[in-house]
Design a protein around this ligand. Structure first.
Ligand SMILES: Nc1nc2c(c(=O)[nH]1)N[C@H]1C(S)=C(S)[C@@H](COP(=O)(O)O)O[C@H]1N2
Ligand SMILES: [Mo]
Length: 236
């Protein structure tokens, strides 16, 4: 679907003044509560409406004095893209009623949230990090997805890509981060915007995210590492 290039900041502010849930109710005509499935069921089978209305249980967080500023190893496989923050845009599109193109200013006007979690890389290291930014579920609510969406597909400025199950994408601690340990996110860690979540391995946490596409089917490009044999779900 073609993103909405007529998007204006005024419209955005108008939208963000509404609660996520009222947008969602406005955007779909299906009865919402029939989808409130039991918590024991597979996350992949949960409809996104129920996931948006009923956030999953948060993972316990660490305290400020447990942050390990030196332990987060820069792990970049191709190159570090140079992104002009003024010109940067995040596209959110796919099977949605209201595709958006956002500036960093738009993104920073959404409710700020932060968390202290453990980042785990399959290469055998981990680091306790504080990430600050916006929750992905806020953004997903703003674009008013169709009820069929099951995956979020992420593209990055260095050509990296990954895909997530929608339940994990809507987890309350899945953030698009623009701060690390209380400071602006360094370029090497994915500035201006990266994924951060305590429920997925490091290679799912795309840096330099430029486009998020919400879809009902996965293409055969599932991820930079996933397409080379790494496990797709990669849950922690
Ligand atoms: N765009 C992009 N995102 C990426 C990567 C990458 O090479 N490019 N590496 C991944 C891996 S394997 C890890 S462990 C984390 C590392 O994040 P850091 O470099 O901020 O420590 O970024 C992930 N996201
Ligand atoms: Mo990693």
């Amino acid at each position: 679907m073609k993103p909405n290039f007529d998007f204006t900041r005024r419209k955005f502010l108008q939208l963000s003044g509404l609660s996520s849930i009222s947008l969602l109710l406005g955007g779909c005509g299906t009865p919402l509560f029939e989808d409130l499935v039991g918590t024991g069921s597979e996350p992949l089978n949960q409809k996104f409406q129920s996931l948006l209305l009923k956030p999953q249980t948060p993972v316990p967080e660490f305290s400020l004095n447990e942050i390990e500023p030196e332990a987060l190893i820069i792990n970049t496989y191709r190159f570090t893209p140079v992104i002009n923050q003024e010109k940067y845009r995040l596209i959110i599109d796919g099977e949605v009623e209201n595709p958006l193109i956002l500036t960093m200013e738009d993104i920073k006007s959404l409710p700020f949230t932060s968390m202290i979690i453990r980042h785990v890389c399959v290469e055998g290291w981990a680091a306790i990090v504080q990430w600050g930014g916006i929750s992905l579920r806020e953004l997903v609510a703003l674009v008013q997805p169709k009820s069929t969406i099951k995956y979020a597909y992420f593209q990055s400025a260095d050509g990296y890509y990954s895909s997530w199950d929608i339940a994990s994408a809507l987890h309350p601690q899945t953030l698009l981060a623009y701060q690390k340990n209380g400071e602006s996110l360094p370029v090497d860690n994915g500035a201006p915007l990266r994924l951060a979540s305590p429920i997925k391995l490091g290679y799912k946490q795309s840096k330099w995210v430029t486009r998020i596409t919400l879809v009902s089917h996965l293409s055969h490009y599932q991820g930079y590492w996933e397409d080379q044999g790494y496990e797709w779900f990669a849950g922690l």
